[in-house]
Design a binder for this molecule. Structure first.
Ligand code: FCB
Length: 451
């Protein structure tokens, strides 16, 4: 059935035994936060706040894909594509509506059934404890600015993992600390929508402290296979000036090295501390032993590169993004597979040193074509092929790369951009909530069953 344009090039025989193909998703983006006794998260309140930068068309995740009720159909789609693993997240607000204290039994039952549903279908559960849906009552207490969040998060980890931890194949505390801290507290694009350097410095540190405390909590429960998932953007100087070079290095420090340095080197990049230092919580260095709690694997989320130039403001970080020349996705993100190769190599060489590495997110938003009940997405297929080629190269070069997860199973709530940007292998009609596998889903299924 495949033409040369809709073939995904990932024959199992080309990958080592046990290599995992998976898809990734997150609770707030698909579940529907109004169902099942879930508490409000700061995404619900952010979307409902008029007049701030908030979300496109005021859209929120209150219904999203209604995965809360339709999860059996969604897990069937994972299984039927021939995928081995599903990277999902658990909503803190669904488990603990106030963020602390009383647990929502319905929420615990939901994740219990979901995990069992994966196991019944032969799908390995890769759990994320926090993919951005912070309970609103904790946001009101300062959220990631408040050092207590590390303890709140460790307690939440204990509650949910006591219930499902015995059946989780792999777990990571926090998805993309850069987004939790910088994107949300410095750039103001995501909840809580702040543009505040002091809040940012605190969030940049507390997010790692919470990571470490959560790893400790899971170890205490006897859980294994615990990881760190960070996102990376390849930072290229916008021109060949020394200033652009320096700006790109700073961007790389903030985005890519801060979190890895913290966890693997018990330090933060100097050039970033030059700006954040005065705003850091006092005595932050004493937390590095917790932050550096050993992990068992590293997850790389990768989408794009950025061209960086100085902005001339003289005010930290004094840099700006410049539009690049490469073909772009619907997010306006340049398609740059070499960046994935770069980060796999960097994480392996400079940080993880022998630990298993997973690509935990990679994918694109594209303008899919709906015709006669079928959905064509040739650009996505091409994107996946070009990135999978880098995965194979890394394996050939001896990197212990153990799996590749596509973002995402379903079209879903793309945060501040609402429902317009479609990343799914499966199309979702947001009026009827009907799921229709796209050409990429069919191509993947075909590829994964070939030897
Ligand atoms: C990642 C997020 C995910 C989704 C994709 C497009 O940064 O983890 O939730 O928004 O980008």
């Amino acid at each position: 059935m495949n033409s040369e344009y809709d073939v995904i090039d990932c024959k199992r025989a080309d990958y080592p035994e046990g290599f995992l193909f998976g898809v990734a998703a997150s609770s707030y983006q698909i579940e529907g936060s109004r169902f099942g006794g879930c508490g409000a998260s700061h995404w619900d309140t952010f979307a409902a706040t008029p007049g701030n930068t908030a979300t496109a068309r005021g859209e929120d995740g209150s219904v999203a894909c209604d995965h809360y009720h339709r999860w059996p159909e969604d897990l069937d789609l994972v299984r039927d594509a021939g995928l081995d693993a599903y990277r999902f997240s658990m909503s803190w607000a669904r488990v603990l509506p106030e963020g602390r204290g009383r647990a929502n039994e319905e929420g615990l039952d939901f994740y219990d059934r979901l995990v069992d549903g994966m196991l019944e279908r032969g799908i390995k559960p890769f759990a994320t404890l926090y993919h951005w849906d912070l309970p609103a009552p904790l946001a009101d207490l300062g959220g990631w600015r408040n050092r207590d969040i590390a303890s709140w998060f460790a307690d939440y980890t204990d509650v949910i993992m006591r219930r499902v931890g015995d059946r989780i194949h792999a777990a990571a505390p926090i998805n993309e600390p850069w987004c939790v801290a910088w994107l949300s507290h410095f750039m103001g694009h995501h909840a809580p929508g702040l543009r505040d350097i002091r809040a940012t410095a605190r969030a940049m540190h507390h997010v790692l402290l919470a990571h470490g405390r959560s790893i400790q909590a899971m170890r205490a429960l006897g859980m294994k296979n615990l990881g760190l998932v960070t996102n990376f953007e390849y930072a290229a100087p916008a021109d060949d000036s020394a200033e652009a070079e320096e700006a790109a290095r700073l961007y790389d420090g903030i985005y890519n090295r801060w979190f890895l340095d913290g966890v693997f080197k018990k330090s933060y990049p100097e050039e970033v501390l030059a700006g954040l230092g005065p705003h850091m919580p006092e005595g932050y260095e004493r937390d590095f032993d917790i932050i550096a709690e050993p992990v068992d694997w590293v997850g790389i989320n990768y989408y794009t590169r950025k061209l960086i130039a100085p902005d001339g403001s003289g005010q930290f970080p004094a840099l700006k993004e410049v539009e690049g020349p490469l073909p772009k996705t619907l997010m306006d993100w340049e398609i740059y597979p070499d960046g994935l190769a770069f980060f796999i190599d960097r994480v392996h060489r400079d940080y993880a040193k022998g630990l298993p590495i997973y690509v935990t997110e990679n994918g694109m938003a594209s303008a899919d074509r709906l015709a006669g009940g079928a959905v064509g997405d040739p650009a996505r297929i091409d994107f996946l092929n070009r990135h999978l080629a880098k995965v194979r190269q890394a394996i050939d070069a001896g990197v212990p790369l153990k799996g590749y997860f596509i973002w995402s199973l379903l079209d879903n709530y793309e945060w501040a951009l609402g429902y317009e940007k479609r990343f799914g292998l499966v199309h979702v009609d947001f009026d009827t909530l009907q799921r229709t596998p796209k050409a990429s889903w069919h191509a993947l299924k075909e590829a994964l069953r070939s030897e």
